[in-house]
Design a protein around this ligand. Structure first.
Ligand SMILES: [Zn+2]
Ligand SMILES: [Zn+2]
Length: 347
């Protein structure tokens, strides 16, 4: 098979790799499309040190079952040809975290596309445990399946923030994870959802999917929110993860309320301590998703909400993926979500 191999910072190439074989409890998936994640871009540039030379990345994916290994439970719904998305967290299944559905807290967890030795999704084929595959309906555009993973990150962040109908939600940062948080807030019934995003193209995307987008560069954010009629949000999500974005979040969140930190832009941030202590704001961390959050997001995507069509801004073949990565990492391509189609671009 052909796979997109990370050879070192700013160096990706399409290489031949052996076809993966399904072992006990596993399936081979023929990849239809895989999203380029911000974490893949930071790995590509060498910034986050979480990707390794020789590795195949890719964890936001949809494909079709092409082979089923022995001892696969529930093989009825894993017929060859079935459209599936992949839950990319591989966990032991028996520790306390796994037994409570919190696979992402399993001490021995590995994440497809992050752990270097594991078969991942920027390739024509990948092998995964059958338990990590979720069937998607045929009457949905197949590429929506690649959006389940980033949308699940947003959904989990909103559940971590206990988002509900009474909330006035502000999302700081309107990239794919910010979009996912905002859509999840709407899905959870939040009355008002606003996104702060400096990039005009991203604000246009947010407006197209029915969200209120404000420019944090135009004026102090608190003033902009007051003018927009959404002052003092009860739940703020920092989908950037820098000192500046967290500072914005703490400056505008209502006293006694919640700030969720899901963005991972900077490994170290400084914050206004009194905005937490005196104002009694809670900062809640969010990472990845529980098994249930992933499954429920897959079910939501399976219903094919209309706004999903607008989230994909670019589609490239495997051969064009190295230049797409470069353009995104250099900021020459401001597209929000770009999908790679290893077997060729299809609708
Ligand atoms: Zn991702
Ligand atoms: Zn475990």
């Amino acid at each position: 098979m052909r796979a997109l191999v990370f050879r070192g910072p700013w160096d990706l190439a399409v290489e031949e790799r052996p076809d993966p074989v399904a072992g006990p409890g596993e399936v081979v998936v023929g990849v239809v499309s895989t999203g380029i994640c911000g974490s893949d871009l930071h790995g590509y540039t060498g910034e986050n040190g979480r990707r390794f030379p020789g590795q195949v990345m890719g964890h936001e994916t949809v494909g079709r079952v092409v082979a089923v290994g022995p001892d696969v439970p529930g093989s009825a719904r894993l017929a060859e040809g079935a459209l599936v998305t992949v839950h990319p967290v591989l966990a032991c299944g028996s520790c306390d975290a796994c037994r409570s559905g919190q696979d992402h807290h399993c001490p021995t967890r590995q994440i497809i596309g992050v752990a270097p030795a594991i078969s991942a999704a920027f390739a024509e084929l990948m092998v995964v445990p059958a338990a990590n595959v979720i069937a998607m309906p045929e009457d949905m555009p197949a590429e929506y399946g690649a959006l389940v993973e980033p949308l699940a990150v947003g959904y989990h962040a909103m559940t971590r923030g206990r988002c509900g109908p009474d909330d006035n939600v502000l999302v700081v940062g309107g990239g794919p994870i910010g979009q996912a948080c905002a859509l999840a807030a709407r899905r959870l019934g939040a009355g008002r959802v606003t996104v702060s995003e400096p990039h005009p193209g991203r604000r246009a995307l947010l407006a197209d999917i029915g969200l209120t987008a404000v420019d944090p560069a135009a004026a102090p954010l608190a003033d902009t929110l007051a003018e927009t009629g959404v002052a003092g949000p009860s739940l703020v999500v920092d989908a950037v993860g820098s000192s500046r974005s967290l500072g914005d979040a703490l400056a505008v969140a209502a006293e006694g309320e919640r700030v969720v930190l899901v963005g991972m832009h900077e490994p170290q941030v400084s914050l206004a301590a009194y905005a937490v202590s005196i104002a009694e704001r809670s900062i809640v961390g969010s990472y990845c998703y529980s098994r249930e959050d992933f499954a429920s997001t897959a079910a939501w995507v399976a219903d094919g909400p209309a706004e999903l069509a607008r989230l994909v801004e670019g589609r490239v073949s495997l051969a064009d993926a190295p230049s797409a990565f470069r353009a995104l990492a250099e900021g020459k391509d401001g597209s929000s979500k770009v999908l790679v189609f290893p077997a060729g671009v299809t609708g």
